[in-house]
Design a protein around this ligand. Structure first.
Ligand code: SAM
Length: 218
């Protein structure tokens, strides 16, 4: 029996499930026109973020890694106020254009500077979405836990792919972001495996994101 290939099913899912979204389309055009790299979440992943926001009734989302604001739009259109952290001023400027009219604030700076300030301010978010630098992912995860309300959730994007890049997420095979999160008693976490069919990558790639919730008694 012939099974359909992952890219075929992916294309079918995109065609079947995604509704026209002029704001998202415009954000990709504007981002490309300004030379931003095409590394925003893929459309079905963005839809996942929107669905998650609505299922949780999330009102406050913290995002690390704004780029051109594609994922910010996904959260904001689903009803959340988005606080997004971006290190690159050009990315921030393009994102500000793209999210116009939506409840998105972009904080310029490195996550390692900005997130501790948010912790100091006692900020708590329903969802923390980490989609930035794989360097210092441990620290970002620790700060994300501190910034998530009890029973809120943390999404660490693209974790599997990054694990194969030697040196970026800990480097060696025994100790990596998965094992470290596993030892973190403040959270319960899982790996949601996905097959990424990216237009820039010739074959489907096994990937996945970490989906964690912060325990109520942590
Ligand atoms: N979430 C975006 C989306 O789906 O549209 C994509 C984000 S892109 C994969 C990663 C972004 O993180 C880039 O814009 C990069 O400049 C930013 N970034 C990288 N390191 C960072 C850091 N330490 N703090 C804040 N932003 C960072």
């Amino acid at each position: 029996e012939n099974f359909r290939s992952a890219p075929q099913i992916d294309a079918q899912a995109r065609a079947a499930l995604l509704r026209p979204n002029p704001k998202l389309d415009a954000s990709l055009r504007t981002s490309a026109a300004h030379g931003l790299p095409p590394i925003s979440v893929l459309p079905l992943a963005g839809q996942y973020l929107s669905v998650l926001t609505r299922v949780m009734g999330a009102k406050n989302v913290l995002e690390v890694g704004t780029l051109g604001g594609y994922s910010s739009i996904c959260f904001a259109q689903a009803g959340a106020r988005v606080t997004s952290v971006e290190i690159d001023a050009k990315h921030r400027d393009v994102a500000m254009q793209n999210v116009e009219g939506l409840d998105v604030e972009v904080l310029l700076g490195s996550s390692s500077d900005v997130l501790p300030k948010l912790v100091e301010e006692g900020r708590k978010f329903d969802i923390v979405f980490v989609d930035a630098d794989m360097i210092g992912l441990d620290e970002q995860f620790d700060l994300a836990v501190k910034l998530t309300r009890p029973n809120g959730c943390i999404v660490l994007e693209d974790v599997v792919a990054s694990m194969f890049k030697e040196g970026e997420v800990g480097g060696h095979s025994e100790e990596n972001i998965l094992t470290r999160i596993g030892k973190d008693e403040r959270v319960d976490a899982t790996l949601v495996p996905i097959v990424t069919c990216h237009p820039m990558v010739p074959t489907p790639v096994f990937n996945g994101f970490i989906f964690a919730t912060v325990k109520a008694d942590s």
